[in-house]
Design a protein. Structure first.
Length: 346
């Protein structure tokens, strides 16, 4: 019987390309190494030594996430270099809100046909996000799946593990009168992009058109990566000057801050205490958005909120400043449930 000689490559999967990708990204992964890393890329699993990372009685904390439909803009514009930073940020910014220091990260990249240069740029962006947050890129999965994705499309997901010493988890000891510190965002970050894309469609602009609210093209402006708050937050945790941290993602200020508040407590926020970034002013104007809708959809210019004892505000500000975050006093904890606002953003 004559064999037909069909290979895996004939079916659309190029193992050699996958191997070439691993070799190309090894230097990027290597520069994210930190104390505790025991193995590099290429094994069936990745090893990490918690004692080597300096922990004595650790509790592990895990987070997983993606970057949502922001991927569509990256794919359509071909600007994929920073989308990996978003992926890392969405995971590690969540970890610090539990009181954990992010330790390592693994990614999942899936596409119909592996394009070596595109894939390397994406994963090098992931490595950059890890480097900025002191988190090691120790593994991942590249899946080439013909017939599952349209030409040029891909998907990204990530998984991060952090640790904290037992008994140091957040939130803790939140009290009425605690001060709210807002950490400025770098734009839309990675939430609300289904609405962003709808508003851009209504506006009649294309991704390659000049940004109406900043430099560069509209696509470039909307791909500004999510800000990483890890190193400043870890400094604040080590300084014992925060009672809670809230990552302002889907649900905005209105939905995310209450997640870290005890029952029977709420928050009052002065909307006049910071300036709404131009991108949100443009989105609100183009979409005819009410202020309440803006506040529960987008981060509105604040990517993380710290709940800080009144006598530790300056210490917390100094801790965040070590990583370049200029914390803004935006309100306080009250006895009312939920979040209430004074002043106006728009």
């Amino acid at each position: 019987m004559t064999k037909n000689g069909i290979t895996y490559a004939d079916a659309g999967v190029d193992i050699d390309a996958g191997n070439a990708l691993v070799e190309r990204i090894k230097p990027a992964a290597k520069r994210t190494a930190r104390p505790g890393v025991m193995s590099g890329l290429g094994g069936f699993g990745a090893l990490f030594d918690l004692k080597g990372a300096g922990f004595t009685d650790p509790v592990l904390v895990a987070a997983t996430d993606g970057v949502g439909t922001k991927l569509r803009i990256a794919i359509d514009t071909g600007n994929v270099d920073s989308i990996g930073i978003d992926l890392v940020a969405m995971c590690v910014n969540d970890l610090v809100c539990q009181g954990a220091e992010p330790l390592f990260f693994l990614d999942y990249f899936a596409t119909g046909k592996l394009e070596l240069d595109q894939a390397a740029r994406i994963i090098e962006g992931i490595a950059e996000g890890c480097a900025q947050s002191g988190c090691a890129l120790i593994g991942g999965e590249t899946a080439e799946m013909p017939g599952m994705y349209h030409a040029g499309d891909f998907d990204l997901a990530g998984f991060s593990v952090g640790a904290m010493e037992r008994g140091t988890e957040l939130p803790r000891d939140v009290a009425v009168g605690d001060v709210l510190l807002g950490l400025p965002s770098d734009g839309v970050h990675s939430n609300g992009y289904s609405l962003v894309r709808k508003i851009v469609e209504v506006s009649g602009l294309g991704w390659g058109d000049a940004s109406p609210f900043g430099e560069g093209t509209l696509g470039e402006a909307l791909l500004t990566p999510t800000k990483l708050y890890v190193k400043g937050a870890v400094a604040a945790l080590r300084g014992d000057c925060v009672n809670a941290l809230a990552h302002i993602t889907g649900g905005g200020l209105t939905e995310n801050l209450p997640r870290v508040l005890p029952e029977g407590m709420g928050a009052q926020i002065d909307l006049g205490s910071w300036d709404l970034p131009p991108v949100f002013k443009w989105l609100a104007a183009q979409g005819g958005m009410a202020e309440a809708e803006l506040l529960k959809t987008f981060n509105a210019g604040l990517g993380m909120i710290a709940v800080v004892p009144a006598d530790k505000v300056e210490a917390a500000k100094a801790a965040f400043a070590t990583d370049g975050h200029a914390a803004i006093e935006i309100g306080q904890i009250t006895t009312d449930n939920g979040v209430s606002y004074t002043g106006s953003l728009l």
